[in-house]
Design a binder for this molecule. Structure first.
Ligand code: SAM
Length: 277
């Protein structure tokens, strides 16, 4: 089969970095994440991955981040078979194929240009899976969520939004989905600042787009103080391979101040909304 040429720019292009890192890790015999779909997609996409992103040296880092999201989804589905997962800004994340238990109902909410790429590369949605081509900031997606228990994931998304947009989105989710869980990640302030300055780049010269929203102390406090939020829990990536990911990082991640620096893995939060009285 020939390759599919992908021309994405700006924020949507970042999905290719994530995909490439996961695929690079998944090609290893001693991988920490099984992800045959990521490998297949990278093989089928005509895009200068190595020229832009290098050798994929952050493969394990990215795969452990994805594993943590997988764990949350699997736990949710073990508790609530047939529950709904809403994947905001899903990109070419192949999590559905990793966690599908044959019962999950899945809703993808993505920008139209990214959905067009997904349509060219992924199999058509089965009946349990739906895709909405709209911004997560267009709250009409919320009406498409079927009644019942919901887990909303926002992996690698919120950092690209403005702080006011993140606030509006999370507050609207809390209002609309009482009892739901959101799993999200963010970048620390220093990381956001570097992207805003245009100095976050790969050795090959690919410049990361601006990430205006940082998950810092003030944002954690804002979230925890929302009346509709019942709990906010900090999550860490699972133990990985080798002295860094298997030894040093899990130890360092036990220290909140170090964990929040975002070097040992991006901060990940599980937010539970209160049930409606
Ligand atoms: C870094 S990629 C992350 C993709 C995927 N979640 C992952 O972890 O591999 C950022 C994704 O957010 C999507 N995105 C950015 N702004 C969005 C918005 N306003 N609404 C929906 N999706 C958005 C982009 O299209 C892109 O797929």
């Amino acid at each position: 089969m020939g390759q599919t040429k992908i021309e994405l720019a700006g924020v949507p292009e970042t999905l290719l970095w994530n995909l490439y890192q996961r695929a690079t890790e998944a090609r290893r015999g001693d991988r920490v994440l099984d992800d045959p779909w990521a490998v297949e997609l990278v093989d089928r996409i005509d895009y200068p991955f190595a020229e832009k992103f290098g050798s994929g040296s952050l493969g394990q880092w990215q795969a452990l981040r994805a594993s943590r999201f997988d764990l949350e989804v699997r736990r949710f589905l073990a508790d609530i078979p047939g529950g709904t997962v809403v994947a905001l800004g899903e990109g070419l994340e192949t999590q559905f194929f990793r966690v599908d238990d044959g019962r999950v109902r899945w809703l993808t909410v993505e920008l139209p240009e990214t959905v067009a790429v997904r349509d060219r590369l992924l199999p058509p949605d089965p009946p349990r899976r739906r895709t909405l081509a709209c911004s997560v900031l267009d709250e009409s997606w919320m009406h498409a969520v079927e009644p019942g228990p919901v887990l909303i994931s926002a992996q690698g998304l919120l950092m690209y939004l403005q702080p006011t947009e993140v606030h509006r989105l999370l507050a609207a989710c809390a209002e609309r989905f009482p009892g739901a869980t959101v799993v999200l990640d963010g970048v620390p302030r220093w990381f956001s600042d570097r992207t805003l300055a245009g100095t976050m780049r790969t050795a090959e010269g690919y410049v990361t787009p601006p990430m205006p929203w940082a998950l810092d102390r003030a944002e954690r406090a804002w979230l925890a103080a929302l009346p509709a939020v019942a709990s906010v829990t900090e999550l860490v990536p699972p133990r990985g391979r080798g002295i860094v990911y298997g030894g040093a990082f899990p130890v360092l991640n036990r220290i909140p101040a170090v964990r929040r620096l975002g070097v040992t893995g991006l901060p990940i939060l599980r937010v539970r909304f209160a049930d409606r009285p």
